[in-house]
Structures are given as structure tokens and as C-alpha cells.
Design a protein. Structure first.
Length: 176
């Protein structure tokens, strides 16, 4: 049984949609960020502040290594997980890769709370919209590894789940 792996930029809905999709499919759900937080006993912003991004990325690689070899999961990645080619290869080995996208303004609205997403906060030099636009442009090609993509800008989480479940059914990944 293949995993279903959600990738995409911050605020596209990977965590919330992944949880709902897992419920819909009757599959176990793993959010890599939550897994890292639970194991470290600290939040993602705390890990970034105390140990830096490189240390976070090492924890993320380890979380991917252990999770990707499991079966029949819905896995939500973090927005930067696919920066590492080895992470992508591991996740693809046994996973259907679904990319969630959203417009700059929708991402801006969904990530407006400063303090939750240290990568975006670090890039925000007073113009948060510009920070989102720049980082999104910088990372756009990384998300091309997906087998299927959904623009979530004008969809409710439920509609996103329906869309992905329809794709999986058509592809025969799950009897969704
Ligand atoms: N399709 C959607 N429509 C409206 N709000 C959404 C949608 N998907 C996610 N959200 C909201 O956007 C915020 C970020 O979602 P989240 O699942 O954490 O995204 P990600 O994990 O991709 O960063 C949350 O407040 C969530 O409730
Ligand atoms: O894009 C990134 O580099 C990051 C995205 C975050 O996950 P979400 O995309 O779920 O917010 C989290 O992994 C960390 O803050 C770094
Ligand atoms: Mg998330």
C-alpha cells in the first residue's frame, strides 16, 4: 500500500488537509513537523531559535528516513522537506506525491501569524507579502516532483480532500 505524501509551500494546507484526508481514507496520519516536535519536546520555532535551521533539517531528514519506509500512511511534509533530494527520493519510492499550491495572497493570509514559521519570519524584512513571493519563486521548481497538484486557493479543506481522493481513486492508489 503506497503512502500519500503532501508537499507544497507553507500555508497551502498540508497539515490540516493531510489529517482530514487520512480520516477520509481510514489511514494513519503522520505530520513530519509534529513528529519532530513530539520527539524533541520542543516546538519548531524553539528548535530553530536554539539550534538553527541546519539542526532542524537534520531532524527532518531523520523523520523522513523513518517514516517513508512505512506503508499506507498519509504523510504531510513541511514546506522545506523537498529541498533535500534524498528526502524526495525516499518519499517517492513508496509514495504518491501530491503538491498543494495557493496564491501569494492566500498563503500570506494563512501564515499571517508571526512566530509560527521561522523561515518566513527570517525572510520578512518588513514586507511579508514580498517575503512570501520571493520564497515561493525560489522554491517553485522543487515542487515539480509531484505526481499531482491541487490549487487550494479557492477551495475549502473538504474540497481539497475530495479532489485528492478523486485522483487517488482514478489512479487506483487507494480504493478512495
Ligand atoms: N483550503 C483551505 N481553506 C482555508 N483555510 C485553510 C485551507 N487549508 C488550510 N487552511 C488554514 O491555513 C492555515 C495553514 O494551514 P496548514 O494546514 O498549517 O498549512 P501547511 O501545513 O501547508 O503550512 C491553517 O490556519 C488552516 O486552518
Ligand atoms: O518551508 C519551510 O522551510 C518550513 C515549513 C514548515 O512547515 P509548513 O509548511 O507545514 O508550515 C516547517 O517545516 C518549518 O517551519 C520550515
Ligand atoms: Mg504543516
Amino acid at each position: 500500500m503506497k503512502n500519500v505524501v503532501l508537499i507544497g509551500f507553507m500555508g497551502t494546507g498540508k497539515t490540516s488537509t493531510g489529517r482530514a484526508l487520512a480520516q477520509r481514507l481510514g489511514r494513519a496520519f503522520v505530520d513530519l513537523d509534529r513528529m519532530i516536535e513530539e520527539e524533541a519536546g520542543r516546538s519548531i520555532p524553539e528548535i530553530f531559535a536554539s539550534e538553527g535551521e541546519a539542526a532542524f533539517r537534520a531532524l527532518e531528514r531523520e523523520a523522513v528516513r523513518r517514516t517513508a519506509k512505512r506503508r499506507a500512511l498519509v504523510i504531510s511534509t513541511g514546506g522545506g522537506t523537498v529541498k533535500d533530494a534524498a528526502n524526495v527520493a525516499l518519499l517517492k519510492e513508496n509514495g504518491a506525491i501530491i503538491c498543494l499550491t495557493a496564491s501569494v495572497d492566500v498563503v500570506l493570509a494563512r501564515t499571517a501569524h508571526v512566530g509560527d514559521r521561522p523561515v518566513l519570519d527570517a525572510k520578512d524584512a518588513g514586507d511579508r507579502r514580498q517575503a512570501v513571493a520571493d520564497l515561493m519563486a525560489e522554491r517553485r521548481e522543487l515542487y515539480d516532483v509531484a505526481d499531482y497538484s491541487v490549487d487550494t486557493s479557492d477551495l475549502s479543506p473538504l474540497q481539497v480532500v475530495d479532489d485528492i481522493a478523486g485522483y487517488l481513486k482514478r489512479e487506483g492508489v487507494f480504493r478512495a
